[in-house]
Design a protein around this ligand. Structure first.
Ligand code: SF4
Ligand code: SF4
Length: 380
């Protein structure tokens, strides 16, 4: 199905989304060549931008929802066009025209009603901490730990949150959690084009953080990190934010945790798009892993700035990706082929996708998927 958005609407939306630079696009095609989708299927962002330049959005329903916002094309565009902003603008037109994939529609409804994309009851938001002596955030706390929705609700990933509080406790940090008062940070729905829903979630979190006396936050997700750091200030939320890998590197440097155990394993590190390409955090995860006694740290086939997206950004984590088109399948196969024992990463979306790919490939006996916090917690 296709729609053609009216010229004024398309032009205004692009401008509003900071897409003024669209007119600078000279159709070199580098975005298309760089885009990971072209490893698995044809996808032509430069042609989509060409239509947009003329104010004509001939929106093919599937293609406009494909972009994972991996930032590869943005980082390489010679004319400084922010292609992600154009994708967001196009998606917002589609949302207004009710052309939204069914899975994303239910995510939007859940975010609006219970503050998380899975539609889980708010009362269950602290279930990940069962059996642990996790501290509630009070006015005396120095640091808020914000696990994010997937570690909070998905038992496949809750080990990330459990490991992080384990480390904070061993390091003697005066931290706390907000539990049922947390909402989704809103990053994925913002990239999916639903700006008003993002603002509703963000404002609610900002009010909760301010009312609770939060000044410093540590997060497990690079998506929460990017949003708290780069998007919340525009809405009045100014907090000091660290990703868990940055915080861990600091704890090690300051001698607040000591790596006393050994891990005699080959570990390949995957750079999540939102930690690497979006935020330039490449070194801290490697510094932490390389300090663990016994670890042989390996690089992926394409790493750092060239890292292949897991496929989960831009709201794609909530949409079905056809078999044969999943980037995470490629990354898991490469890790196995390289002889890695552990595929380590630092993003709940990557973990979810990698675990799914490992299960589908039936290779759970040859490779482990671990967050860096889980690896560290086991050796301190
Ligand atoms: S890389 Fe930039 S200039 Fe080249 S086609 Fe893509 S958006 Fe246009
Ligand atoms: S942000 Fe990534 S997925 Fe989206 S068009 Fe650019 S390269 Fe492709």
């Amino acid at each position: 199905m296709q729609i053609v958005a009216p010229f004024r609407e398309a032009a205004d939306l692009i401008k509003e989304a900071g897409g003024e630079k669209l007119k600078l696009c000279f159709q070199c095609g580098l975005c298309t060549v760089s885009c990971p989708w072209n490893i698995v299927r044809a996808f032509l962002p430069h042609k989509m931008l060409r239509q947009a330049q003329f104010g004509l959005f001939e929106l093919d329903e599937e293609d406009w929802w494909l972009c994972t916002t991996c930032n590869t094309c943005v980082s390489r565009c010679p004319r400084g066009v922010n292609i992600i902003d154009i994708m967001r603008a196009a998606r917002s037109i589609m949302i207004e025209n009710r052309m939204v994939p069914a899975s994303l529609r239910s995510v939007m409804a859940s975010l609006g009603s219970v503050g998380n994309p899975m539609g889980e009851p708010r009362e269950r938001r602290l279930d990940w901490a069962k059996g642990l002596d996790v501290r509630p955030f009070t006015r005396d706390s120095d640091l808020l730990y914000f696990p994010g929705c997937i570690p909070a609700y998905d038992s496949n990933v809750s080990g990330v949150a459990r490991a992080t509080v384990g480390i904070l406790q061993k390091a003697g940090i005066n931290y706390g959690v907000l539990g049922t008062a947390e909402n989704c940070c809103g990053e994925s729905i913002r990239k999916a084009g639903h700006t008003s829903l993002f603002e509703q979630l963000a404002k609610s979190n900002i009010d909760t953080f301010n009312d609770s006396g939060v000044t410093e936050i540590v997060v497990s997700s690079p998506h929460c990190y990017t949003t708290f750091k780069d998007e919340y200030p525009e809405l009045g939320g100014n907090f000091k934010v660290s990703h868990s890998t940055q915080y861990l590197a600091r704890l090690l440097d300051e001698g607040k945790i000591k790596l006393t155990g050994e891990l005699d394993k080959k570990v390949v590190y995957h750079d999540p798009c939102y930690l690497g390409r979006h935020q330039g955090i490449y070194d801290e995860p490697r510094q932490v892993l390389s300090r663990i006694p016994g670890v042989e740290l390996m690089e992926e086939v394409d790493s750092r700035e060239n890292s292949l997206c897991c496929g989960g950004g831009g709201g794609r984590i909530w949409m079905e990706t056809k078999k044969g088109e999943r980037f995470s399948d490629i990354l898991v196969a490469q890790a196995i082929e390289r002889g890695a024992d552990i595929l380590a990463t630092a993003c709940p979306y990557c973990i979810l996708n990698f675990k799914d790919s490992l299960l589908t490939a039936n290779k759970g006996d040859v490779l482990e998927i671990r967050d860096i916090s889980e690896i560290v917690e086991a050796v301190i």
